[in-house]
Design a protein around this ligand. Structure first.
Ligand code: ADP
Length: 366
């Protein structure tokens, strides 16, 4: 069992920087939880408070129900994997992995068995005698993970472990860490600024901004029902198109529009928008929820193509309505050229609407 509970956890650094403000996170046994957000949002500080590497200014940290605020890192039964691997350069791979167990006075045979088991799991058995400088980035990363595995900790903490690897290796290691999680059945907390890593790896994602948790949920909940403009724009590539638009009432229907984009609200979504008639809202539409059409419907995006990006399986089009820019995806069966006037039908049921001041989603369901 390894359950981690953060209750109103706050971190104020010397000098008064509030890096984390009343964070409440419930990390269940065997869960893979990802903390994600832009640089400086407080995700590493949160992880380091769980590890015991930073003091907790306020709030309570519980691991399996036991208060951990004042326990030393070594007494928390956790293991952390860092971005820079933090391997000892003068020690072999074997000794790097054995080191933590030796200082904890584990019997030699037990250390040997654990190192060999971890090496086998990570497929680095051939490398045990090498020094870190004779390893590739990916291999060093595996050793750093191995050093955590041999400890058999209650909780694994990862701090941006893949950011030093090239793009291809990152994708591979991402899948390896996911399958390691399945294999070890361990509780893992993983910090990254990369929303794709968060989406692909997390059972649960915690999105942070400026020290504040914005939303906690499964990858698809965050993608399909973001609580606010920030989460909507942060999760997903290309990012969700978000633009200001006027809410009007035309012939009894609620219509949201800007220069080239008209959205006739379906009956079941009218009531939420009615109080905004005569005001502006932010409309949000993902590029995959725009479908190229030669026959414009009542809800329509009419725009000029400014950039064409053929990716092979699909083409990204940058569209200009004079008021705003949108990115749409189109099938590669259609040819597009810069300057084309095009029409796209939005999937109105999938669209998001945000209050222009609070930036909260009008349709968010807690
Ligand atoms: P992230 O991991 O999301 O990039 P951090 O948790 O490292 O963010 O930092 C959160 C905020 O706390 C930032 O504003 C950062 O400048 C500040 N900060 C981090 N470490 C310290 C420190 N040792 N002293 C003072 N401020 C710090």
């Amino acid at each position: 069992m390894a359950e981690v509970l953060l209750k109103d956890i706050t971190k104020i650094y010397d000098g008064g920087v509030k890096a984390v403000d009343k964070a409440n996170i419930e990390i269940m046994d065997r869960e893979f939880v990802v903390l994600v957000g832009p640089s400086g949002c407080g995700k590493s500080t949160t992880l380091r408070m769980i590890a015991g590497l930073e003091d907790i200014s306020d709030g309570e940290l519980l691991i399996d129900g036991k208060r951990m605020n004042d326990e030393a890192p070594k007494d928390r039964d956790i293991a952390m994997v860092f971005q820079n691997y933090a391997l000892y350069p003068h020690m072999s791979v074997y000794d790097n992995m054995a080191f933590g167990l030796r200082i904890r006075k584990f019997p030699k045979a037990e250390i040997d068995a654990r190192v060999k088991e971890a090496a086998q799991i990570l497929d680095i058995e051939e490398l045990l005698e090498r020094k870190p400088k004779a390893l590739s980035g990916g291999q060093r990363q595996r050793v750093a993970v191995g050093r955590a595995i041999v400890r058999k900790p209650k909780v694994f903490l990862f701090d941006e472990p893949l950011s030093n690897l090239d793009a291809k290796l990152r994708v591979q290691m991402r899948a390896e860490i996911s399958s390691l999680h399945t294999r070890l059945q361990a509780t893992m907390v993983y910090v990254t600024h990369d929303q794709v890593e968060a989406m692909t790896m997390g059972d649960k994602i915690v999105v942070m901004k400026s020290g504040l948790i914005q939303q906690i949920g499964t990858p698809l909940k965050l993608y399909n029902d973001p609580i606010n403009r920030f989460v909507a724009g942060f999760m997903g590539t290309p990012p969700m198109n978000i633009a200001p638009a006027d809410v009007t009432e035309e012939g009894g229907k609620i219509v949201v529009k800007e220069e080239g984009f008209t959205v006739v609200m379906p009956k079941n979504r009218e009531e939420t928008l009615r109080p905004y008639v005569g005001k502006k809202v932010l409309l949000g539409v993902r590029s995959e929820d725009l479908t190229f059409t030669k026959k414009p419907e009542a809800s329509n995006l009419k725009a000029t193509v400014t950039v064409v990006e053929p990716l092979g399986n699909e083409t990204h089009l940058y569209l200009d309505t004079k008021d705003n820019q949108f990115i749409a995806r189109a099938l590669p069966i259609n040819e597009f050229n810069v300057g084309d006037e095009v029409n796209f039908t939005p999937d109105v049921d999938m669209m998001q609407f945000f209050d222009i001041e609070t930036e909260r989603s009008l349709f968010y369901k807690a």
